[in-house]
Design a protein around this ligand. Structure first.
Ligand SMILES: [Zn+2]
Length: 286
C-alpha cells in the first residue's frame, strides 16, 4: 500500500500533469470506487466543467481541489493514476475516466478495486470522514518532539500499532514504521509508555528522516506501486530492514527476522532493537 512518500510523489507528478485542466466529462466504469455521493451519475455531473486548481495530500489521501468541489481519493492497495490521450485504448482495470477539454484523459486504474473517491462541496471534506478523523502530518512543522511525545509517551500500547494508527500520525504505514523503529533502535513490541525521552527523540527524528529521504527519491516501489507518470520510486534500494528477512543487518550483521506485530508483518534486528529496554541508569550511579 502506498504510504506518505508514495502518495506525495503521486501528488507532485499529477500536479505537473493535470493542474489547470478542465473536466469535460467523467465516466465511472466501476461504481464501487465512488463512496460519495451515492449516485455515480451525480458524481459524474458535478465534476463536469470543473477545473483542477491543485492537488494536495492529507495523510495517504489525495485532495483534488476543483472550482467548487474537492475530490478525496485513496489509492489503497494498488490504485494508480495515469494521463493518456483520450483516444488511447483503454487498459484493463481502468475504472474512472476524467476527460479534459484539451482531449487528454486522467484514468484511475485499480487491479484490486479497493481504492475510494469521495466528492464534497469545497471545505466540507475537512469536517467529514475520511479526512476529519486524521491525525498530525509528520512532515509538517507542527510535528514537534513535544507534539510527538504528547501523542505517544504515556500510552500502554505497543509502539508499532500506535504509529500505524492514522488518528494519531498520518501517512506512516508498514514499511516506514519498520524503517523508523530500526533507525531509532526500538523493538516494535515495546510498550509506548516505557520509551525513554532519548528513545522518543530518536524515534521522532527517525520518522521525519525516513519519510523525507523517501520523498526525495520518489518513494518506494514495493509490489506494483508507480507514481502518476508511470515511474517507479527508488527508495526500496535504501530500505534498511523492510523486506530484508534472513539477511544480515546493515549495522551489526545480525540476521534480520520477520514476525507479526499487531497483525502486520514486521522486520526486526534482534541486536539493534532489543525487546527489553536498556537499563536506565539512576542519577546516583553517575
Ligand atoms: Zn542490527
Amino acid at each position: 500500500m502506498p504510504e506518505l512518500p508514495e502518495v506525495e510523489t503521486v501528488k507532485r507528478t499529477l500536479n505537473a500533469l493535470v493542474t489547470g485542466k478542465t473536466i469535460e466529462r467523467v465516466q465511472v466504469l466501476l461504481p464501487r470506487i465512488i463512496q460519495k455521493p451515492d449516485d455515480i451519475h451525480l458524481f459524474e455531473a458535478l465534476l463536469q466543467g470543473q477545473t483542477i486548481q491543485t492537488i494536495e495530500r492529507r495523510g495517504k489521501f489525495l485532495r483534488f481541489v476543483l472550482d467548487d468541489y474537492v475530490m478525496v481519493s485513496h489509492l489503497r492497495m494498488e490504485g494508480r493514476y495515469g494521463v493518456y490521450q483520450g483516444d488511447d485504448p483503454l487498459e484493463l482495470h481502468s475504472h474512472v475516466l476524467f476527460r479534459f477539454t484539451d482531449g487528454t484523459e486522467l484514468r484511475y486504474k485499480d487491479v484490486r478495486q479497493f481504492g475510494t473517491m469521495h466528492l464534497f462541496p469545497k471545505g466540507e471534506e475537512l469536517t467529514q470522514p475520511p479526512l476529519s478523523k486524521l491525525g498530525i502530518e509528520p512532515l509538517d512543522e507542527a510535528f514537534t518532539l513535544e507534539a510527538f511525545k504528547s501523542l505517544i509517551a504515556k500510552r500502554s500500547t505497543k509502539i508499532k500499532p500506535l504509529l500505524l494508527n492514522q488518528a494519531y500520525i498520518v501517512g506512516i504505514g508498514n514499511i516506514y514504521v519498520d524503517e523508523s523503529l530500526f533507525l531509532a533502535g526500538i523493538h516494535p513490541e515495546r510498550e509506548a509508555s516505557t520509551l525513554s525521552g532519548k528513545e522518543l527523540a530518536a524515534l521522532h527524528e527517525a520518522i521525519i528522516r525516513t519519510l523525507r529521504e523517501s520523498v526525495e527519491v520518489g518513494g518506494s516501489s514495493v509490489k506494483s506501486y508507480v507514481n502518476g507518470q508511470g515511474e517507479i520510486g527508488m527508495f526500496q534500494h535504501q530500505l534498511n530492514i523492510y523486506g530484508r528477512e534472513s539477511q544480515p543487518c546493515k549495522t551489526c550483521g545480525s540476521e534480520i527476522y520477520k514476525t507479526v506485530v499487531g497483525g502486520r508483518g514486521t522486520h526486526i534486528c534482534p541486536s539493534c532493537q532489543p525487546l527489553k529496554p536498556k537499563r536506565v541508569r539512576k542519577k546516583s550511579e553517575n
